[in-house]
Design a binder for this molecule. Sequence first.
Ligand SMILES: Cc1ncc(C[n+]2csc(CCOP(=O)(O)OP(=O)(O)O)c2C)c(N)n1
Ligand code: SF4
Ligand SMILES: [Mg+2]
Length: 307
Amino acid sequence: MNENPVKHIPELPSTHLLGTGTPMCAGCGGLEAVRQIYDLLGKNTVFVNAAGCMTLLAVYPFTPFRGSWLYTGMGCAPAGAQGVRDAMDILLAKNRMKAEDDLQVVVLSGDGSAYGMGLSATSAALERGLDFLYICYDNEGYGNTGQQYSGATPHGAATATSRGPRGFSGEKKDLFTIWAAHRPAYVATLIGAEPIDLAVKIEKARNLKGPRLLIALSPCPTGWDYDPRYTVEIGKLAVQTGIWPLKEYVNGRVTHTLIPEPRLPVEEYLRRQGRFAHLFSPGRNEGLLREIQARVDAYWASIDPGG
Ligand SMILES: Cc1ncc(C[n+]2csc(CCOP(=O)(O)OP(=O)(O)O)c2C)c(N)n1
Ligand code: SF4
Ligand SMILES: [Mg+2]
């Protein structure tokens, strides 16, 4: 008899990320996004993963995915993706691989790689027009090694390496614009807390050819210091305060896919996270709060009202 003997446990869809025993933190916003993305991409996917928190998902020779997985150093996932794509193209050309077995090549990296160590390898892959998807889950720091600052850390945030009363003195890089300047097929920002916007973008990206790059802001209870139950709420606040604009780049044009109206004060987002606690206690740092709000206001004042 082929029937499932355990009637009350539904069969997982064949594309579904298996949810058992991951060593990730509860409430991981990166995993929230990756799970949704994988449900849409399906099992004909090979992840090329740069060292970071997501690397903990795979314990050789097992992964929680039904597709494939390749692990690389932090600086070279796009080069690894090129090798995988080339190998499959050769096998397809020689009829040693069936077209239906072809895999979507997907780089999965943290911000430490995407904004920093892997940036030149990404630039080179874009120059070559590599047919791949790049997903950066951006938790704004080197999470896996204790949340040191990265090129994605926002101004004023406390990290393991920026502990002073003003937090991180640098600026979050504008990776969306850096990537878009290469004129790839698609670039988008997204977040797990806005699943419809995420789904539309993944659907769009997977139906295009060439380099397609996505940055998912990934609330990180451990590195951002908040209770894991608030991951979705904090993700929504990132969008509603305008600190994380949801947008896409296609054919040389940038369009905002969700414009927060009314836009909440950025403080609503900052005060929920321990990494910004020094802005509110022992006294309010009005100067720095004004500075952060002014940057967000300037961004929204600068965008084309139609986009
Ligand atoms: C060249 C190199 N330097 C340092 C490390 C150690 N290391 C492993 S994971 C990691 C943090 C990566 O940060 P990010 O890419 O943001 O991913 P996250 O850990 O936040 O998921 C570091 C520094 C490494 N693997 N390779
Ligand atoms: S440190 Fe942050 S990104 Fe890494 S597993 Fe934990 S919650 Fe996720
Ligand atoms: Mg990170």
